[in-house]
Design a binder for this molecule. Structure first.
Ligand SMILES: Nc1ncnc2c1ncn2[C@@H]1O[C@H](COP(=O)(O)OP(=O)(O)OP(=O)(O)O)[C@@H](O)[C@H]1O
Length: 362
């Protein structure tokens, strides 16, 4: 299932003109405050009538300005997760979850409730009222309620913004499970690079009402032109799987045909990991280095160079582990005579690799 969004709208002082596809998985609408993220979400939900455009899933048109079709909000089959949980304080968790839906005693209904309760780890909370839940638990109930509205699309507008770091860490794994275990497209608004790096299957970057970059998260993060908070924070994403935990405290992972060593990670052999390798933590060498303390050395080829004002440059390279970014100085760029197509070696300090894609919740 996928969602395609094409819309134009003029607010007077601000205009929105976007065109993107959200395949199944989690698509992060990413951008600064005022870039138009919420307006896009509202248009998909039916709360904003764009001047022109078309919004459709594979089998349903929600809005089409050329035919005049505009499904009302309640017929769009959308689950909406807000920043605030907005639960009914006088109802139990169970009744909050099923509110507004006629859940009968049918086996299928019960199985659906059970599945959502399991995914979100709500089993022990069902008879409590929201007042007796932590902020993170309330958020999980709100996510469950959105899922149980049988949505074809899930919209989440900065769902973690109101939570502290500990609560965010508690909820993130549940979004990972939703992404991996449901096949509805999830449109997720965020301006946090960490959330995007961790959750996004697809990234749609917005600036002043326009899409500046969109595509699979791994490709977008490997683009040296995509450094939303400046080159200092640039970093590539690498998809990997745990191979072995070694006795000396290192975990060995497989990334494509390459193997990397990282500080011990929780998780079992076979578990997937998404690694973020900061460009600042990757050095480059023309020849295969010898006698270095760094454990991870990958052969690569330069694919793009971004030079801005200032002493730093960002280099993108293809490696067997996937695309990697490296931040080096302009001086090193000329000393190493790097250009597109130059073969070189990326040296990654093992401690530079962070961010586990789990732990599995529930
Ligand atoms: N109904 C409206 N009338 C006029 N201008 C509007 C309206 N709704 C939004 N805008 C303007 O459109 C721009 C984008 O707003 P939007 O809420 O979509 O941004 P955002 O990226 O979600 O921002 P934030 O991260 O702060 O929530 C802003 O400049 C806002 O002032």
């Amino acid at each position: 299932m996928s969602l395609s969004v094409s819309l134009r709208h003029d607010f007077g002082g601000f205009s929105l003109d976007v065109d993107f596809r959200a395949p199944s998985g989690l698509t992060v609408l990413f951008g600064r405050s005022g870039s138009g993220k919420t307006s896009v979400i509202k248009a998909v939900a039916g709360l904003l009538h764009p001047d022109a455009g078309r919004i459709a899933t594979a089998d349903r048109v929600l809005f089409d300005s050329t035919t005049g079709r505009a499904l009302p909000v309640h017929r769009r089959r959308i689950g909406y997760i807000f920043q605030e949980p907005r639960l009914f304080p006088h109802l139990t968790v169970r009744r909050n979850l099923t509110y507004g839906r006629r859940f009968g005693p049918r086996r299928r209904d019960r199985a659906e409730v059970d599945r959502v309760v399991e995914i979100l780890g709500l089993g022990a909370l069902l008879d409590r009222r929201p007042g007796a839940l932590s902020g993170g638990e309330q958020s999980r109930v709100a996510i469950g309620r959105a899922l149980l509205s049988a949505p074809e699309i899930l919209l989440a507008d900065e769902p973690l913004a109101a939570l502290d770091e500990a609560r965010k860490a508690e909820i993130l794994p549940y979004f990972e499970r939703l992404r991996d275990e449901t096949d509805i497209p999830i449109l997720y608004v965020s301006h946090s690079v960490e959330e995007v790096a961790r959750l996004a299957t697809t990234v749609v970057a917005l600036e002043q009402g326009r899409v500046t970059r969109s595509g699979p998260a791994v490709e977008v993060f490997a683009d040296p032109a995509f450094s939303p908070t400046g080159p200092r924070d640039a970093g590539a994403l690498v998809e990997a799987r745990i191979l072995t935990h070694h006795a000396d405290g290192l975990t060995e992972v497989q990334a494509g045909p390459a193997r990397l060593h990282l500080p011990r990670m929780p998780g079992a052999p076979g578990d997937p990991l998404r690694l973020r390798i900061a460009a600042q933590d990757v050095m480059l060498a023309r020849d295969a280095p010898q006698g270095l303390s760094a454990l991870n050395i990958l052969p690569g080829t330069v694919t793009a160079i971004r030079e801005d004002a200032g002493p730093g440059v960002l280099i993108s390279l293809t490696t067997p582990a996937g695309p990697i970014l490296s931040a080096i100085t302009r001086r090193s760029l000329s000393a190493l005579r790097l250009a597109e197509g130059t073969p070189c070696h990326a040296i990654i300090k093992s401690v530079a690799i962070a961010q586990r894609e789990g732990p599995r919740a529930g």
